[in-house]
Ligand binder design. Structure first.
Ligand code: BT5
Length: 317
């Protein structure tokens, strides 16, 4: 497996072929073959005479590096596809897909949001991934998975980009009020348990203004548009997956309340006057809180408190 060889290669440091072959228990020529394969995938690896191999550059989305860098025990399989209809759709259609699988694509032809809306998914630019887990949760707890993912992604992306990402209830990641990412959680349940959760994450990374259709120019943004610098998708994905693992274990070990402080700190919704549309219902009110089920607590003008689990939210001011 070429990712095993990649684990030895670090940018800026030369590693001898002998060391790699001895550690992996494979021949020097087998190491050479893996290096050739990696080069074909876009890695720039120099062979420095009598010293070994030097990794000079990696492709911006490199599944071998994701596999090599992921730690922990939640993520077991990473599958990469250059183009799919939708990573959530691929996950749903794969029979016997195991929890702990992550599906990543470079582009989507039918990327989707909630209620069948489209998700703009140009190639070579953004992150489109689906995480498959089997959480010990009740079916009604599905919104909690969106909260968990939103907090994890916001945290990782803040750390790696320096941008002040916020979470707009229920599933948007925003910067300065513009949408930079979205989460689509889909579950398959029996009456007592979530059997399988597919959590789709779309993050706009290196998408430029030209990649954004006219109707989304005012509302959508990307990391490169906000910072002026391109990002390596590999690093961002590894960061988000490890942050997710950390918080997933917090949820399992300490209970759902453990997620609340970060959610409250990162929410752009709490404390605002909002309008929530859910189906034919339209509710105006003050967003008091988000509870430990991921439910929005809305105080209506009448003083009545309503718990809202799904909907589209607009800020009034
Ligand atoms: C979402 O839906 O925000 C969930 C998006 C989830 C996308 C991921 S990508 C990997 C996985 N596979 C999939 O097929 N989907 C998931 P929603 O809250 O319904 O928002 C959809 C709305 O966001 C659209 O109606 C547009 O207005 C806007 N939009 C579409 N593409 C966008 C983009 N790339 N960036 C920002 N806004 C976008």
């Amino acid at each position: 497996m070429s990712w095993r060889v990649l684990k030895f290669l670090k940018e800026g440091t030369t590693v001898s072929g002998e060391e790699i072959s001895a550690s992996l228990g494979i021949s020097r020529s087998a190491v050479w073959k893996k290096i050739t394969l990696l080069r074909k995938k876009g890695y720039v690896i120099h062979a420095v005479s009598s010293q070994g191999y030097l990794l000079q550059a990696s492709p911006d989305l490199a599944v071998e590096q994701i596999i090599a860098q992921i730690q922990g025990d939640v993520w077991k399989t990473v599958l990469y596809f250059p183009s799919v209809d939708s990573t959530n759709e691929v996950a749903a259609s794969m029979k016997d897909i195991l929890p702990g699988t992550v599906i990543i694509a470079d582009s989507q032809t039918r990327g989707r949001g909630r209620l069948g809306r489209r998700w703009i998914s140009p190639s070579g630019r953004n992150i489109y991934l689906s995480m498959i887990i089997r959480p010990e949760l009740l079916p009604r707890d599905a919104p909690l998975l969106t909260v968990l993912t939103a907090v994890s992604c916001a945290h990782a992306l803040r750390r790696l980009s320096g941008l002040p990402l916020l979470i707009k209830w229920p599933n948007d990641l925003t910067v300065q009020g513009r949408k930079i990412g979205g989460i689509l959680t889909e579950t398959r349940s029996d009456p007592d348990h979530i059997q399988q959760a597919i959590i789709g994450v779309g993050i706009n990374v290196n998408m430029t203004r030209d990649d954004i259709p006219d109707d989304l120019r005012e509302t959508a943004t990307s990391l490169v548009l906000e910072t002026g610098s391109p990002f390596q998708r590999t690093h961002l994905i590894v960061g988000m997956l490890s942050e997710f693992e950390h918080r997933y274990k917090m949820l399992v070990g300490q209970g759902r309340r453990a997620l609340l402080p970060d959610l409250r700190a990162l929410s752009s919704t709490i404390g605002r006057d909002v309008v929530v549309t859910a189906g034919t219902e339209r509710l105006s009110g003050y967003a008091e809180d988000i509870d430990d089920d991921g439910i929005l607590i809305l105080r209506l003008a009448s003083g009545e408190r309503r718990r809202v689990s799904v909907g589209d939210l607009n800020m009034v001011r």
